[in-house]
Design a protein around this ligand. Structure first.
Ligand code: ADP
Ligand code: MG
Length: 260
């Protein structure tokens, strides 16, 4: 949290001073004996892009899933725009839709067309008419560069195209924040950039984003802040520039020596 106070007005992290949108307070979680999240505290402000980075198994995905209430927590509180997601009930789907999710494995509905993938949530959860949902979906599919694939089934698309559809699907719900968990890790190398470009475009458009990624290029270009996690803890939190050039902790240094 320290950068909020110490950032000079001229730095690119002045946006840190935006109002808190995602607030994670003292979040703890175990899987049986495994202490997977250890008193996590973090704030993501409106319009901010935060990259979460760290070794495999450090709890990054669990944290993302907890933010969207796909995972329960043992202790602590997570609020989105001041609202704590309920454990269940009719408000859960509506509130959960405020947090767009994009996963490593695309997770599109295999038996629905690309267009249906993007219209389903807005129709069911946001109450849009089919016509309005389709109009909106086409604008979003255009934006991520796959409008000409709208009538196809997901399996007919490349991985990069599927992931861009997944991003359009998340955006179709008008989320307050979008969470992307290793969105390019399952892609063939030649498709990584087309997805990163869409993400960079979203970031420059002011979308609040939490992105688990090891793509340093994305972090440097688009992130206001990097959160480094190891063994269920936030070990470092700083600007991408500082993190990649001058990591403070031994764990971050070790990690970077392996990925760079
Ligand atoms: P990361 O995304 O940083 O690789 P995860 O959040 O996926 O880490 O996992 C953190 C730890 O929790 C890992 O040791 C993983 O094996 C364990 N874990 C994740 N999901 C489950 C689960 N559903 N049940 C038991 N252990 C899990
Ligand atoms: Mg993960």
């Amino acid at each position: 949290m320290e950068p909020t106070e110490s950032a000079p007005a001229t730095s690119n992290i002045t946006v840190l001073r935006g109002e808190p949108l995602v607030v994670i307070s003292d979040v703890d979680k175990h899987y049986g004996d495994l202490h997977v999240l250890k008193k996590i505290n973090a704030v993501v402000n409106r319009g901010e892009v935060v990259v979460v980075i760290g070794p495999s198994g450090s709890g990054k995905s669990t944290l993302c899933r907890a933010i969207n209430r796909l995972e329960t927590i043992d202790a602590g509180v997570i609020t989105i725009d001041g609202v704590k997601l309920p454990d269940e009930g009719k408000d859960l789907a509506r509130l959960r839709a405020d947090v767009g999710m994009v996963f490593q494995a695309f997770n599109l509905f295999a038996h629905k067309t690309v267009l249906e993938n993007v219209t389903l949530g807005p129709i069911k959860v946001r109450g849009l008419s089919k016509a309005d949902a389709e109009k909106k979906a086409m604008v979003l599919l255009e934006r991520v560069g796959v409008a000409n694939q709208a009538k196809k089934m997901p399996a007919q698309l490349s991985g990069g195209q599927q992931q861009r559809v997944a991003i359009a699907r998340a955006l179709a719900m008008d989320p307050k924040v979008i969470l992307l968990d290793e969105p390019t890790s399952a892609l063939d190398p030649e498709m990584i950039n087309e997805v990163l470009e869409v993400m960079i475009d979203l970031a420059s458009d002011g979308m609040t984003m939490i992105v688990v990624t090891h793509e340093m290029g994305f972090a440097r270009k688009a992130a206001d802040r990097v959160i480094f996690m190891a063994e269920g803890e936030i070990v470092e939190e700083t600007t991408p520039e500082k993190f990649f050039t001058n990591p403070q902790s031994t764990r971050a240094k070790d990690f970077l020596s392996k990925i760079l």
